[in-house]
Design a binder for this molecule. Structure first.
Ligand code: 6PG
Length: 469
């Protein structure tokens, strides 16, 4: 077969197939590889044009591509990625580029990058966000790896990416595993925002009795304003959806046990290793875990009762408070995620540009939201900003909403409705803005029982006290 294809795609599942068709729509010639003949045939039928082909034969796949090759892998993260790399690598030519576009763990990406570099092969870890429809019509993409190799695929990636004001939602992220790292943090933020929205739903529905239809209207209204975001938009649609089986609202027949593939947990684990506080995201992971204890929860609901005061809240005022509370806590969740990227950049020397990351998250991805534009501007204004909350405009956006956030949390406590995400976001804010924390006591205790020493506010050096005579 003649070497006519611009790019190859390994894995013709939902994401691979759609990304491939997106590339073909933009004038690139793409060949797919999959072990499943059914998927290969389906693509050939659907593609139905010269610029698309597919095969189950790796040799045919490689022979059909122009050199140096660019091959996107969209196979499940983990062993499957290594299996594909091991299968293809012996037949690749130095200078070829492999792009792992799955949700791979960033440490695996570093390892693969090093292994392939010894064979003079380029390797990219590229976060892709936006799900099925994003892949087909414009995802946000986070490619990290050797810069020169990026320049080769840049026109292709820019043409298939989502666009905001004509600007593509893809940019070179940085060295090594930076692309997968940034996607991991994206997913951590995604977990945090989803948890916050779940709590708002609980407070408005169970707490003050808003119906699903009222919730749909409210989320739609929020989506039209400053809270404009993909997650707000789909949540409104979810509240409207009816179950064809029962005729009820579908949301009411969905089991309340949240599953996870693990990227949110990785974000929290990695944040602990870097000693970066990630309170909202930690709470989101923990709440998904608690949701899994459904049998125990059913038992506990009968035993651990709360006959606390029935709150008389003014519905309209509560909804307005909630709008400010959710805005402030979503902002605080992004702030935690971006602060983690700031630290990771120092530790791993990725060369991240946080303004550019905020920019490519404005469209295509699951956490796209209007407020990202203000983050982009803040980082553009102060590229070395350690934390978004230290930018006067961002600080102001939280400060003016904090009274409503505090009131919302007081109501949650009174109602006995769990609001760990909201509470942790506020706790992050309150801890971060405390010039003096009570951790002086922690230090004293460590010195008391373990002679771990402490530092003083008025003199340099470690000190130890004999606490008891
Ligand atoms: C995206 C999503 C995507 C996927 C999540 C789901 O950016 O398009 O984040 O990557 O839907 O991995 O994650 P959980 O199964 O862990 O909720």
């Amino acid at each position: 077969m003649a070497q006519v294809f611009d790019i190859g795609m390994v894995g013709l599942g939902v994401m691979g197939r759609n990304l491939l068709l997106n590339l073909a729509d933009h004038g690139f010639r793409v060949i797919g590889l999959d072990t499943d003949l059914g998927k290969v045939q389906a693509l050939k039928n659907e593609g139905n044009r010269d610029s698309v082909d597919a095969t189950t034969d790796a040799k045919v796949f490689l022979a059909a591509q122009r050199l140096p090759r660019a091959i996107i892998l969209l196979v499940p993260a983990g062993k499957a990625v290594d299996a594909v790399i091991n299968q293809l690598a012996p037949d690749l030519t130095p200078g070829d580029l492999l792009i792992d576009a799955g949700n791979s763990q960033f440490k695996d990406t570093d390892r693969r990058h090093q292994e392939l570099a010894t064979k003079r092969l380029n390797f990219f870890g590229m976060g892709v966000s936006g799900g099925e429809s994003g892949a087909r019509h414009g995802p946000s993409m986070m490619p990290g790896g050797p810069k020169a190799a990026y320049d080769r695929v840049r026109p292709m990636l820019e043409s298939i990416a989502a666009k905001v004001n004509g600007e593509p939602c893809v940019a070179y992220i940085g060295a090594g595993s930076s692309g997968h790292y940034v996607k991991m943090v994206h997913n951590g933020i995604e977990y945090g925002i989803m948890q916050l929205l779940a709590e708002v739903y609980d407070l408005l529905h169970r707490g003050v009795g808003l119906t699903n239809s009222e919730l749909a209207d409210l989320f739609d209204e929020w989506h039209q304003g400053e809270l404009n975001s993909f997650l707000m938009e789909i949540t409104a649609k979810i509240f409207r959806k009816l179950d064809p089986k029962t005729g009820k609202h579908l949301i009411d027949v969905i089991l309340d046990v949240a599953r996870q593939k693990g990227t949110g947990k990785w974000t929290s684990q990695e944040a602990m290793d870097l000693q970066v506080p990630l309170l909202t995201i930690d709470a989101a992971v923990a709440l998904r875990d608690i949701s899994g204890y459904d049998v125990e929860r059913a038992q506990a609901s009968k035993l651990l009762t709360y006959a606390g005061p029935v709150l008389s809240v003014n519905k309209a005022a509560f909804v307005e408070q909630m709008r400010n509370a959710i805005y402030a806590t979503i902002l605080l969740t992004y702030a935690q995620g971006f602060a983690m990227l700031r630290k990771a950049d120092k530790v791993y020397q990725y060369g991240l540009d946080l303004a550019s990351i905020a920019k490519i998250w404005r469209g295509g991805c699951i956490i796209r939201a209007s407020m990202l534009e203000s983050f982009r501007m803040a980082y553009q204004d102060q590229p070395e900003l350690p934390n978004l909350l230290l930018h006067p405009k961002i600080a102001e956006a939280v400060i003016k909403r904090q009274a409503d956030l505090r009131a919302t949390i007081r109501s949650a406590v009174g109602l006995g409705i769990p609001a760990a995400g909201l509470m942790n976001a506020l706790a992050y804010f309150d801890a971060y803005r405390s010039a003096r924390l009570p951790t002086n006591l922690t230090q004293a205790q460590r010195d008391f029982f373990g002679a771990h020493t402490y530092e003083r506010i008025d003199e340099k050096g470690p000190f130890h006290t004999k606490w008891e005579e």
